[in-house]
Design a protein around this ligand. Structure first.
Ligand SMILES: [Zn+2]
Length: 306
């Protein structure tokens, strides 16, 4: 059991996950299957990433996220609709901490608001959650950037060490330079742009955090700014400082998602894909995905900052 408002170690979290898996065969099978997941490693300039063939993710990758489909289905994040085997813990008042039954990484949690309110923007509690869980990154999928339940506010958490994009931010944004830097300032060859923030525990840091929470992407079609087109990550770095990365998006899904078979590829990037773990549920897509395909997906769903 996790105690509210206290630091939680990776060991505590892994114990909590195992307690859940002991009670829920479906989740247990999906975590065991992660050990058998095939991967392909690509290096896009200065961005090392991998594609992962994970068949259990088809539900989320292929999820209908249009307004009508969302209104017509029972919300799977509301307490009353969750499977009875799913345990819940509280880390902060107003938030349920759950083991994600369809994991992408071996430690994968979903942190769900106790109220059915829309995924309208990054909740500032995400920063407190990151501070409570050193070693873990708390991340947010904007309503149009990978959230499979855009009608119910939620965050997720995975281990920071798994995410190549965050390593790039830590290696290139000096901790002695608080505030926001653009990835363009790093002088690296990257497939899309992002912002990195070092958030100090003072008024200046509060301003930085507010700016992070207000970040927007720009819709590739309408060219309008949209707060739903962002992926945001918050974590505590090795020096104990709070950091954030914001990836502004231009689209949720790349053009290959909408092609007819056999050209269709069911790839639907959320935060983890942008951080360097691209989820590919279908075997045929995984087999033919190559470096040019990955570059195209990033260029169609990420943003250039200039
Ligand atoms: Zn709900």
């Amino acid at each position: 059991m996790i105690t509210m408002n206290k630091r939680v170690s990776l060991d505590d979290l892994s114990e909590q996950r195992d307690a859940q898996l002991a009670l829920w065969p479906l989740a247990k099978e999906n975590y065991s299957a992660l050990g058998r997941v095939e991967t392909k490693v690509f290096r896009l300039g200065d961005f090392p990433m991998m594609a992962m063939h994970n068949p259990a993710r088809i539900k989320s990758t292929g999820a209908a996220v249009d307004k009508k489909s969302i209104e017509e289905r029972p919300c799977f994040l509301c307490r009353d609709n969750r499977p009875e085997q799913q345990l819940q813990d509280t880390i902060l008042p107003g938030w349920d901490f759950l083991v994600n039954p369809y994991p992408i990484l071996p430690m994968h949690f979903t942190i769900v608001s106790t109220r059915h309110v829309p995924q309208s923007g990054l909740p500032l509690e995400a920063a407190s959650m990151a501070e409570m869980m050193p070693g873990m990154t708390v991340f947010f999928n904007g309503a149009r950037a990978g959230a499979s339940a855009p009608d119910h506010l939620h965050l997720q958490a995975v281990m920071t060490s798994e995410l190549p994009l965050l390593r790039i931010a830590e290696d290139n944004h000096p901790s002695g330079r608080p505030g926001i830097m653009s990835s363009d300032d790093f002088g690296l060859d990257l497939p899309f742009g992002f912002f990195s923030a070092v958030i100090t525990p003072d008024d200046c840091g509060m301003g930085t955090l507010a700016a992070v929470a207000k970040a927007e992407g720009v819709d590739a079609v309408s060219e309008e700014p949209d707060p739903g087109l962002v992926n945001t990550f918050l974590w505590i770095d090795k020096e104990g400082l709070l950091r954030a990365v914001v990836v502004p998006r231009s689209a949720h899904r790349p053009s290959c998602y909408f092609k007819d078979e056999p050209d269709k590829m069911v790839i639907s990037p959320g935060a983890l894909d942008m951080a360097g773990i691209m989820v590919v549920p279908r075997r045929e897509d995984f087999e033919r995905l190559d470096i040019d395909g990955v570059k195209e997906i990033y260029s169609e769903t990420g943003c250039r900052l200039k």
